[in-house]
Design a protein around this ligand. Sequence first.
Ligand SMILES: Cc1cc2nc3c(=O)[nH]c(=O)nc-3n(C[C@H](O)[C@H](O)[C@H](O)COP(=O)(O)O)c2cc1C
Ligand code: SF4
Ligand code: SF4
Length: 291
Amino acid sequence: MKVAIYYFSGTGNTELTVKKWASEAEKNNIQCDLFRFEEITDMKIDISGYDKVGIAYPIHAFNAPRIVLKSAKKIVKSKTIKPFFTIMVSGEYMNLNHSSHLKLMSILKKRNLFLESEYHYLMPYNMIFRHTEKRAFDMFKTMNSLVELDVVDYLVNGKLHRLNKHKWARPIIWTFRIEQVYGPFYGKMLRINKDKCIKCMKCVNSCPLQNIEFKNDKFKFHWQCTLCARCSFNCPTNAFFTGFLQLWKVNGKYKFSEPKEVEIDKHPKYCKKSYIRYYKEAADRLGTEQK
Ligand SMILES: Cc1cc2nc3c(=O)[nH]c(=O)nc-3n(C[C@H](O)[C@H](O)[C@H](O)COP(=O)(O)O)c2cc1C
Ligand code: SF4
Ligand code: SF4
């Protein structure tokens, strides 16, 4: 079997997840090729050589990021009906998130691709607040264990996985598609604190849509933003001002290793119910003790 996973990742969580899918597939003698949407410069994506196609993305305001929807339109219509699966990565395990692929499904249906199986992994937030390293590492470990199970269940044994949906998902997620409307404004409103900036150009070079330009010793922002948070999250000096979302900005990579020091959790109640549900479902599926 040959599998292709096309993905977008803003701050690296989705990338970690798909890399785990690919390495588990390889362990099970299944070829799994990974493609970053932002690196595909061709106008057409040919999936004819693959038996299954995966689409992976971080959830942005209950939806798939704009860059994913736009790139999915490049997929060439398959001659035969082909299965696809989604890998969603988010900061909350809300049922509303489980329908984030509605628009994607309609785009792919026109290309003869039908949703077969769906997966949702919890990974640490890159918006709203920063998790403790302990919480981030717990999420990372759980994602790894679940992927090991999912790859064997789905790619090896053909067992499908479906997520529970919220009954009002369709109108709610349509209302919250802030990225479609607000993304370009957010990108244009980004500002850099010159006193903090060390001109490392990480933001300029890593923006997936070339929204940040550095010319004549000045930063210029365009209207192309996909709200991925990569620029502000990875800025080594926290020099970004992110407009309306400044209060929600999270800066700095997680270590994804066992923390040596105890850190006080400043948001112990946030999303508590959805996290408990996620860890319970994960423990049931893995046959382990709940966290
Ligand atoms: C603009 C924006 C909107 C987001 N909206 C949601 C959301 O609606 N639900 C959620 O659970 N997480 C949301 N998140 C959190 C991301 O889905 C989460 O941090 C994810 O792990 C990021 O994956 P990445 O590192 O591959 O970009 C949002 C993040 C951003 C930047
Ligand atoms: S990543 Fe931060 S420090 Fe580096 S150039 Fe951009 S704003 Fe300046
Ligand atoms: S400007 Fe920043 S948030 Fe917007 S697409 Fe580029 S890296 Fe992502």
